[in-house]
Design a protein around this ligand. Structure first.
Ligand code: FES
Length: 300
């Protein structure tokens, strides 16, 4: 089968050079995918053990970089580039061409085996990365909210306290005054934050059934907007309305914080108040409905 013509020798040398070069690039691509796979596994381990931002960043760089480098190198050096032009010649191929063809077929068979290994390496690297990207969804969502979103820390007899924990007296606010308050023992709590307003010195009835909820002109409403949960903190004394700064919902404080403008779909829940024998403001009970955005109603 062998021939010693200069053309054949030249062709064989060329084939050999191509073969050596391809093997080298196959190794490079394989190592890139392997590095990517190992870095991805390492990333998962570091993340699962509590995370370390710098290490995670470096591993993510290696994982994505290895994958990208491997794919680009594969496309650039291992996929035939063309263009291919076949001249029309006599039908019978010369001996040298037939031998080169057989050699090329044999080389192709080996290539296919090696390339299937690279495909597996690529699959492992991409698969591992796909699994690792699920980790934040599984782990970073935190504990289930359970009842926390349905109830606040307000309960029967809770004293109203300021952010610094001091109790609020019935003499603390003048007419037009406004104060953010919390249940005693939970100052600063986001879910329980409540806005205390004093539109009058007289008892206020905002709705039938709430005859005792507004002693000496004090009204308390959840500060968590029923639209998207922003803190409703602006009181307009002239119109006796509360304004949510996020999307400009307006709530009428004298009629149970009914929304009169904007996207808020329902009133702010009202906290029933009383004044104890020592002059401190307290809650008659907790809120009788969930506070915040309308998610509560959709869950029912
Ligand atoms: S969050 Fe209050 S109006 Fe949108």
């Amino acid at each position: 089968m062998s021939s010693s013509t200069p053309e054949l020798k030249q062709s064989q040398d060329k084939e050999r050079l191509i073969k050596v070069s391809e093997r080298r690039f196959e190794r490079v691509v394989g190592v890139s995918f392997l590095l990517s796979f190992l870095a991805t596994v390492g990333l998962g381990v570091v993340y699962w053990q509590g995370g370390q931002t710098q290490v995670e960043g470096a591993l993510l760089f290696i994982a994505l970089g290895g994958l990208g480098f491997g794919i680009v190198s594969w496309g650039k050096y291992l996929v035939p580039q063309g263009p291919y032009v076949q001249e029309r010649e006599e039908l019978q191929s010369p001996e040298s061409e037939r031998e080169a063809f057989v050699e090329s077929l044999e080389r192709g068979a080996n290539q296919i085996q090696r390339r299937s290994f690279l495909v597996k390496m690529l699959g492992a690297a991409v698969g591992a990365f796909g699994i690792i990207t699920l980790f934040p969804f599984i782990r970073s969502l935190g504990p289930q909210p359970k009842k926390m979103l349905y109830v606040t820390n307000w309960k029967k007899g809770s004293a109203l306290v300021k952010a610094d924990g001091t109790k609020v007296r019935a003499t603390d606010l003048e007419v037009g005054g406004v104060l953010t308050v919390f249940p005693d023992g939970h100052p600063g709590g986001a879910i329980s934050q409540t806005i205390l307003i004093r539109p009058s010195f007289q008892d206020i009835v905002t709705k039938p059934g709430r005859e005792t909820w507004g002693p000496q002109g004090y009204l308390a409403y959840s500060k968590v907007c029923t639209h998207a949960g922003c803190p409703v903190g602006l009181y307009q004394e002239l119109t006796q309305q509360l304004l949510c700064p996020c999307h400009q919902s307006l709530f009428d404080v004298m009629t149970g914080a009914n929304p009169v403008f904007g996207p808020a779909p329902r009133p702010l829940p009202q906290l029933p108040l009383y004044i104890d024998s020592q002059g401190y403001l307290r809650a008659q009970a907790g809120y009788d409905e969930p506070i915040g955005p309308g998610f509560w109603e959709r869950g029912a």
